[in-house]
Design a protein around this ligand. Sequence first.
Ligand SMILES: Nc1ncnc2c1ncn2[C@@H]1O[C@H](COP(=O)(O)OP(=O)(O)OP(=O)(O)O)[C@@H](O)[C@H]1O
Ligand SMILES: [Mg+2]
Length: 237
Amino acid sequence: MDDGVGQCWRDVADVLEAGVDRLLLYGPPGTGKTYAALAVASGAPAERIVCTEDLTGAEVTGTWMPGEGGRFAWREGPAIRAWRADGGRGGRLVLDEVDRAAGDALATLLAVTDSSASARWRHPESLEWLTPGPGYSVVATSNAEDVEDLPAPLLDRFAVRVRVDRPHPAAVATLAPDLRGPALAGSLGPTSRRVSLRRFYAFDRLRARLGAERAAALVFGAAAPDVLDALAIAALA
Ligand SMILES: Nc1ncnc2c1ncn2[C@@H]1O[C@H](COP(=O)(O)OP(=O)(O)OP(=O)(O)O)[C@@H](O)[C@H]1O
Ligand SMILES: [Mg+2]
């Protein structure tokens, strides 16, 4: 039975609440993957890395920084902060657009997402060996349509993968009531015709000042007449 929540969002909540500590969320943009990765069962405030082709290993585990009196000190990166979060218990690390990481950054990400029993890292300053705290978890997100497009060793670290194919109902509920149906309908369907929730947010904000027609032209471009039609039909229902 479809209660509007969608199986994918039930899976995300169930998996994280069951304590699965490596999860990959993938699929179309603007559905709430990052929001859920940061918020659902994360414990302490999450650390986040947005991966790009230019990401370096230093942005994952840390780097030497000049400190007082010109002395260099190691500034820990988000992955190590997540290992240590919550007084050593460990917290959530969110890896956004994880498929974009390459080279040295990818190698470092593979090290810090390895099973917690195998992951260890030597602090360059104190020389102590660190391991992730027991509550450390990693949620990665990607816009890949096909999960097999991700590098195999990365995929291997994320045994549980959920394809998120619809916006989170709580995200849709923040829109004006008349936009909820069209936004949900617009963000389903084939990739080429999908309209991201972010556009509906922008439209919701703009139309209050500019009126529906102008706001639709600005936000939806050539698809504006279709969206206005959908809204008119929804208003009749
Ligand atoms: N559960 C929610 N409650 C309220 N707002 C939400 C919720 N989930 C998502 N949103 C809002 O919806 C928008 C898109 O969410 P988010 O950035 O998480 O999407 P995404 O799937 O990570 O997109 P992309 O793949 O493009 O990175 C954001 O403005 C976010 O604040
Ligand atoms: Mg995201």
